[in-house]
Write a protein that binds this ligand. Structure first.
Ligand code: TPP
Ligand code: SF4
Ligand code: MG
Length: 300
């Protein structure tokens, strides 16, 4: 692993909130003491998509296509359920072109972590409005105020079936790293919406703007029984709709819901041990995956 990673030049703009997210991830991965060889970070296209190149820990990274990181990550996790899979995606990536994958992943409750860099803009392509920019906001990169309503990432995650739903502020490295740790430890699909200032294109949702509004949630978000689900969800939804103040922390956590892996194991008991990633590809020197062998068998 060591020899595969070179120092990469970090070309994020000075003051970008992505630096806070990167730092928080480095801290969280170190704190958890996870085996880097058992970790994969999967990103889409965007400024956020460069995170796997810059992460200090020598974990594997896959820089995929715009909007497709969750789909790639799902395949990796299903093929090799022993891996710790982290998705690193932009808000355009996740809630624009990739929103179908975001919703589908929630339905499955796969045991992985989705981290969204939510900056209100399409940073890499020079600041077009992303699906989280509020209606009427005119950042310096827009010729006119945004005419579309924003989506609410917390509500969308809850409606889709995510079992760990949180929000963080990129420059609060302490809280963000703690939330990333909790998300990775969570058994099921975890989502963190990280509010990430983009000083280059978004001059409205700045560091100062957030600092005047963010406050830490003081609720118990953990579902204790089936009867408890509605109450915890209602609280999470109400808090996510606050406009004047912006709560950060865990909005909802439910480990009662079975994961995709546990439901698959009910159908295929040896799935954790015998999964696509560790099946034999050759026996007695003969390839079991040879297309030639398959074709000749079929042609008989
Ligand atoms: C299929 C496809 N459509 C469009 C693009 C162009 N594109 C690249 S990055 C990007 C937007 C990035 O915004 P976001 O996902 O919010 O990430 P950020 O740069 O803000 O971190 C777009 C539209 C692309 N690369 N691929
Ligand atoms: S364009 Fe915005 S999001 Fe991209 S690196 Fe620069 S400050 Fe960060
Ligand atoms: Mg963005």
């Amino acid at each position: 692993m060591e020899e595969l990673k070179d120092e990469e030049f970090n070309d994020w703009c000075p003051g970008c909130g992505d630096f806070g997210i990167l730092r928080s991830e480095d801290v969280a991965i170190k704190e958890l003491g996870l085996d880097p060889d058992r970790m994969v970070m999967v990103s889409g296209i965007g400024c956020s998509g460069k995170t796997p190149h810059f992460i200090a820990e020598r974990i594997s990274g896959v820089h995929t296509l715009h909007g497709r990181s969750i789909a790639f990550a799902t395949g990796i996790k299903l093929a090799n359920p022993g891996l710790e899979v982290i998705v690193e995606a932009g808000d355009g990536d996740t809630f624009g072109i990739g929103v179908g994958h975001f919703v589908s992943a929630g339905r499955r409750n796969i045991d992985m972590t989705v981290i969204v860099h939510d900056n209100g803009v399409y940073g890499l392509t020079k600041g077009q409005a992303s699906p989280t920019l509020k209606r009427g906001e005119k950042t310096k990169s827009l010729p006119k105020p945004n005419i579309n309503d924003p989506i609410n990432p917390i509500m969308l995650a809850l409606a889709s079936g995510y079992t760990f739903v949180a929000r963080a502020f990129a420059y609060d490295v302490k809280q963000t790293s703690e939330l990333i740790e909790a998300a990775i430890k969570h058994k099921g699909l975890a989502f963190i919406d990280i509010l990430q200032p983009c000083p280059t294109y978004n001059d409205i949702n700045t560091n100062e703007w957030y600092r005047q509004r963010v406050y830490k949630l003081d609720i118990d978000p953990v579902v204790k029984s089936e009867d408890d689900i509605q109450k915890r969800m209602d609280t999470a939804i109400d808090l996510s709709r606050q406009l004047d103040k912006i709560p950060t922390g865990i909005f909802y956590q439910n480990e009662i819901e079975p994961t995709y892996e546990s439901r698959t194991t009910e159908n295929i008991p040896n799935y954790p041990k015998v999964n696509p990633a560790n099946q034999a590809i050759e026996r007695n020197g003969i390839s079991l995956t040879s297309v030639d062998a398959l074709l000749s068998a079929l042609s008989v």
